[in-house]
Design a binder for this molecule. Structure first.
Ligand code: MN3
Length: 228
């Protein structure tokens, strides 16, 4: 029979382990800055609610589990993504899932007619000719992404804009990405992002999403990328 002392030590050790794990500030689900129904009729309430509370929460939970007791545990999310080739598939999928959705919620808004900044407009015109052309290019990248993934507008190491798409929960920050850069706008083209409202029509979702893009946030991210 274990002595009382041994049991007490065991309990204290378990407590310390639990408290230390919590103290390492596990990743958390960010709050949305608008209600779930705010983007209707472009994106429906149920989709937003399930997407945020189930899908994104799932990535957060699984990321926290996957990094436990690994070298990734003490890294920032961005540092993890930049060296993602060193880590497991579970870390890659869930770190990507957490980063991508955290960005996605902020680049959507119920505010009408937000506009890209003058500097972003200039950069868009330089690379794509016009804002309409950028939308076509991004929609094309999103529409032709086979299966699940994302379409991105990013800034490369020369501060230039580019459009790309990535499979699953990968993103352009990852060192395994074909073309690397800092994403400033991402479109989720997993079916869970649109199926309840648009069923198999990814095109319907892609046409509707432009009315709820937060160009103020995209501009802010662009300006920040130019300062680095
Ligand atoms: Mn999603």
């Amino acid at each position: 029979m274990k002595s009382f002392k041994a049991i007490a030590i065991c309990i204290v050790a378990t407590l310390i382990t639990t408290l230390t794990a919590n103290a390492q500030s596990a990743f958390q689900l960010p709050q949305l800055e608008y209600p779930y129904d705010a983007l209707e009729t472009n994106i429906d309430e149920q989709t937003m609610r399930i997407h945020h509370t189930k899908h994104h929460q799932g990535y957060v939970n699984n990321l926290n589990k996957a990094i436990e007791n690994t070298p990734a545990e003490n890294l920032t999310l961005e540092a993890m993504l930049k060296s993602i080739s060193k880590y497991s598939t579970a870390i890659r999928n869930n770190a990507g899932g957490h980063y991508n959705h955290s960005l996605f919620w902020t680049i959507l808004t119920p505010k009408e007619n937000t506009q890209p900044s003058a500097r972003l407009v200039q950069a868009i015109n330089q690379e794509f000719g016009s804002l309409d052309n950028l939308k076509l290019t991004l929609n094309n990248a999103a529409a032709t992404r086979f299966g699940s993934g994302w379409a991105w507008l990013s800034v490369d190491e020369n501060n230039r804009l580019f459009v790309s798409s990535t499979p699953n929960q990968d993103n352009p920050i990852m060192d395994i990405s074909e073309k690397q850069g800092k994403p400033i706008l991402g479109i989720d083209v997993w079916e869970h992002a649109y199926y309840l409202q648009y069923q198999n029509s990814r095109g319907g979702y892609l046409a509707a999403i432009w009315d709820v893009i937060n160009w103020e946030e995209v501009s802010k991210r662009f300006e920040a990328s130019q300062k680095q």
